[in-house]
Design a protein around this ligand. Structure first.
Ligand code: WTA
Length: 572
């Protein structure tokens, strides 16, 4: 197959010479950026906010928020005061201390960002929850982490099973006319009264910062714990990969409920003192192009599904907006199709730079840089300071062009610290001691470019969101009609994959479209809209191993009309 490539881009980029930097860079060089390099005291929120508020960026716009009802701008100095107030409310009204878990479950709004950094400022561990989560998803996360405090809205409170959460002491409600009783506290009232002066909690580099729950192929979602030290890589990758510079207007489209929305929707941009756009509301091509145009967005970080949806929306929306402010565009979360990169080049005359990383890795690891040739379909090359390789199943490094397990040598600053309450799970990422094994399969070409091939396990990536089939199957079988269920990702040209469920019914139930719809709705309202199967197919039985493990590979082969392979472990 012929390889298609775009040449390096000329320009004044932060990373000028990839090879040279790859040779010489060590992570401790990046640490010199931070005040703690001299003081020894660490707090990510201080470095992201107060450091700028106390320096020349005091009056620079930090957060620009736009929704259908609000249009607000906060400077770094404003951000310092707001996050101080949030920290004070949590300390005084809920007694939050270092290491406590404080969850935030609300739509994107300035208050979410203030609260998230406020939690970090007082040394607590923040757990952001995606606003679309339904009751089961909320329960699993708050329960597993023994969350002490939750910040939410009266509307979303319905989905918080308070009675099942014995560790939850205080619930702050953000909204109108909040009645304070029992453990319910009116957040805004106390926020307005709170002092804008705060004693920051200085912590160790290895103290907890944020918990992001993410899905694997088995078990419930697991809590990936990141620590303050991750800021070193958030900062450095924001410089080299996002290429953030003094005058940039940066927009990351991800929600802070996902790792991209925190590492690169909050930490990266603010650690580098960049103006950060936050757009409320849902995706619409018109709305997105308008956001770019009206703010003059220069650096834009999004995902393949969004680009494909913009592509599908066609010329009219595109042509009626001026996108010439864009100077650097990036993508994450799923394979970036060459077709999408060609579209970007045609529509707004920019290369779309793919970046590869995971919730567990905390920050970008394999990326395309403007100073480097872009090979369409490749994820790029490891960040300076990062060693990547393809390993066979015994842990041997494979030569170029051989497919195997994508692995990263331990030693990058943002690697997760642990999996909450689950050391065993954490250890399972390191079967060959020094190497973090990602669960993705890939190969490396002769020039060191990495090419994504797929997941080794059954994890589904749908519209950029990571869904564990087990979670969906577990929810499905809670429905009275469902006897057994097997869930797979089915290739889809817009969403990458969609969730498809094979369902065997209990006796007494009859297959019908209405029942499919009812089952779909059951998952949607119990778990989350993005976890609900778009397709349901009824079948007699779900293929399982003799030990009862669902053979999703067989379901996938059925779906794709491929040979089912070795069936020796099949039940009968
Ligand atoms: C997939 C998102 C292909 C991959 C930051 C990985 C990608 C999983 C890419 C992590 C990419 C992420 N090309 N696949 N550039 N980036 N993935 O934890 O399978 O939500 O293991 O993190 O997304 O998903 P997560």
């Amino acid at each position: 197959m012929k390889m298609e490539a775009f040449p390096p881009v000329e320009g004044n980029y932060n990373l000028q010479n990839y090879e040279e930097m790859y040779e010489k860079f060590q992570w401790d060089q990046a640490e010199e950026q931070f005040s703690w390099h001299t003081t020894g005291k660490v707090n990510l929120a201080y470095e992201a906010v107060d450091r700028h508020a106390e320096g020349s960026k005091k009056d620079k716009a930090a957060l620009c928020y736009l929704s259908s009802t609000r249009n607000e701008t906060y400077t770094f100095n404003d951000l310092k005061q707001m996050t101080n107030k949030a920290g004070n409310v949590l300390r005084t009204k809920a007694g939050v201390k270092k290491g406590d878990r404080v969850f935030i479950f609300m739509p994107r709004s300035p208050e979410l960002y203030f609260a998230l950094l406020g939690v970090i400022k007082i040394g607590a561990i923040v757990g952001p929850l995606f606003e679309a989560f339904m009751e089961d998803a909320v329960r699993d996360r708050l329960y597993d982490s023994s969350a002490k405090v939750l910040i939410t809205t009266p509307e979303l409170l319905e989905r918080v099973p308070v009675q099942d959460l014995p560790a939850l002491e205080t619930i702050f409600l953000i909204g109108e006319n909040i009645e304070e009783k029992d453990q319910y506290v009116d957040y805004q009232k106390h926020f307005q009264e709170a002092s804008a002066q705060l004693d920051i909690e200085w912590v160790e580099r290895t103290d907890g910062l944020i918990l992001h729950y993410t899905s694997g192929s088995t078990g419930k979602p697991k809590g990936v714990l990141h620590v303050h030290n991750a800021m070193v890589q958030h900062y450095q990758s924001a410089k080299w990969v996002l290429d953030l510079q003094e005058d940039d207007i940066y927009w990351c489209t991800a929600d802070p409920g996902w790792v991209t929305g925190t590492s690169y929707g909050i930490f990266g941009p603010w650690l580098t003192g960049t103006t950060n756009i936050v757009a409320g509301g849902r995706f619409s091509p018109e709305g997105w192009y308008k956001t770019i145009e009206s703010f003059g967005v220069t650096v834009w970080y999004s995902a393949p599904t969004s680009f494909r949806m913009l592509m599908a929306a066609g010329e009219p929306a595109l042509k009626s907006h001026n996108l010439t402010s864009l100077r650097h565009v990036l993508s994450v979360g799923e394979p970036l199709n060459p077709e999408v990169i060609r579209w970007g080049q045609e529509s707004f005359k920019k290369r779309i730079h793919d970046t590869w990383w995971m919730t567990e890795t905390g920050a970008q690891l394999i990326c395309n840089y403007p100073c480097m040739e872009l090979r369409l379909g490749s994820m790029g090359k490891p960040l300076p300071g990062v060693e990547a390789a393809i390993l066979d199943d015994e842990g041997n490094i494979l030569p170029p062009n051989q497919m195997g397990n994508l692995a990263i040598k331990k030693g990058w600053p943002s690697l997760m610290h642990t999996i909450w309450n689950n050391q065993e799970k954490y250890d399972s990422y390191f079967p060959f001691s020094d190497w973090y094994v990602s669960g993705d399969s890939a190969y490396m070409d002769e020039e060191g470019y990495f090419w994504f091939q797929g997941r080794v396990d059954d994890v589904i990536m749908t519209a950029g969101e990571r869904v564990g089939p087990f979670e969906v199957e577990s929810k499905l079988i809670e429905h009275p009609a469902v006897a057994e269920a097997g869930v797979i990702g089915k290739p889809d040209h817009i969403r990458g994959e969609i969730i498809k469920a094979f369902v065997a019914l209990n006796d007494g139930y009859t297959e019908s479209d209405q029942l499919k719809e009812e089952i779909r709705h059951f998952v949607k309202t119990g778990l989350a809209a993005h976890s609900a199967p778009r397709e349901i197919e009824f079948c007699e039985k779900i293929p399982k191993t003799r030990s009862g493990k669902i053979m999703r590979r067989v379901l996938k082969a059925w779906e794709l009309g491929l040979p089912t392979g070795d069936l020796s472990t099949l039940e009968d």
